[in-house]
Design a protein around this ligand. Sequence first.
Ligand code: AMP
Length: 287
Amino acid sequence: MQIIHPVADMTHWSREVIASGKTIALVPTMGYFHEGHLSLMRLAGRLADLVVVSLFVNSLQFGPNEDLSRYPRDLEMDEGMAANTGVDILFVPSDNDMYAPDFDSLVRVGGITNTLCGEKRPGHFEGVSTVVAKLFNIIRPHYAVFGQKDFQQLSVIRKMVQDLNWDIEIVSHPIVREDDGLAMSSRNTYLSIEERRKALCLYESIRHAKARVAEGITDAGRLKSEIQDIISANSGVSIDYISVVDKDTLSDMEIIDSQSVLALAVRVGATRLIDNCMLGNNSAASN
Ligand code: AMP
């Protein structure tokens, strides 16, 4: 595995690879790898001749009171894990190289960013779509792999690629969970033992929702209120949102059907965690 830091070197490498007729799959990340990231990398390896993983803690997607300064980092560990997973290039650009002092452009996706995390984290998705747009232009991948854990982010990237005519296939990977059901996240490292236990209320909610839908419940309001009870039973856990939305438009749904997604965001102590699942008939096929 080769590690590339300068943006210009990354561009040079990718142009040579493309000219040689080989395909590239990109996995954008913020590092501090876990099995979720590694699963995306393996999927990328099955899609294309060469796998590029970008590792960049993107300041532009963090709000002023968010966790940018304490976001977990361990480049040495990440290098070892990526190398063992068959990654060809680990692209680790510097802040200055990505955002020159006079950097002054943003990519903004409309409607679907006005809800869920976009509503709770103003500017977050502009930061995400801008950095992903830059990565797409630097690397020009044929495929880009994103996790369903960040379900709204996946929708935003798909919309951006469609609206801006990028010839890139966006491929998604299901949520990878710990044995007890907690969705893997770099942010789980912030949790104390007690908080880690309370964070399981997210997966408990998802299991409850799937069971209730299997029983035939279609009233989204009722399901949300039951989930609110499950989460509120844990002191120190506050709810950012409990939503049932259409998987394509992300608009709120009152009646649950096969298009419905349950999306959850909570704060466990100071740590914000998200999770989601498909509801409806095909829920067994997703996690
Ligand atoms: P991050 O480093 O948190 O920005 O995540 C990089 C990519 O990994 C994103 O596409 C995430 O959706 C994906 N990802 C993070 N955690 C998981 C998980 N538990 N399962 C599947 N994908 C994940």
